[in-house]
Design a protein. Structure first.
Length: 154
């Protein structure tokens, strides 16, 4: 019996490590259904690299909308491209930009793979026939580049 109690005490006294992060702010909320935690301003993280890839513990790596090249737009004008990431259909919304809009779609090597000489607000662009990869959508007005978006197809 003493042996069993000793074994149980040894098992509970062992230290185990989990993912750790030093953050400037954050909190953890626990309920009977589970827990959620977040941190802001992570000062230290742990990165593990292997031949098959890299993992950064403590870092949320979300998709982002990238505006790669930006030319100053007129006040009240905007261009939105969504959804990003996409599975094949993109919508191009423009506000107060009706002057000869065109686009060019490039792959990650810079090869032009699709273009449209004229489009208007609400135009739908299909990239479903292309492989899952990163693409660059350059939008122009009157043959002058306005914005370039980084598009992720998955």
């Amino acid at each position: 019996m003493k042996l069993l109690i000793g074994f149980i005490l040894i098992c509970f006294s062992l230290v185990s490590e989990a993912q750790q992060v030093i953050g400037a702010a954050g909190t953890t909320t626990t309920t009977s259904g589970g827990s959620v935690s977040y941190t802001v301003g992570e000062i230290a993280i742990q990165t593990t690299e292997t031949s098959s890839g890299t993992a950064s513990e403590g870092v949320q790596q979300a998709y982002e909308i990238y505006k790669v090249g930006v030319t100053e737009l007129a006040l009240g004008s905007s261009i939105n491209v969504y959804p990003n990431p996409t599975n094949g259909q993109l919508t191009l919304n423009t506000t107060n930009l009706n002057k000869n809009l065109a686009y060019e779609l490039y792959d990650s090597q810079g090869k032009l793979i699709q273009e449209c000489a004229s489009f208007s607000d609400g135009h739908t662009l299909s990239i479903s026939e292309f492989t899952n990869a990163v693409y660059y959508l350059k939008i122009s007005s009157d043959n002058q580049p306005i914005q370039t978006f980084k598009i992720i197809k998955n």
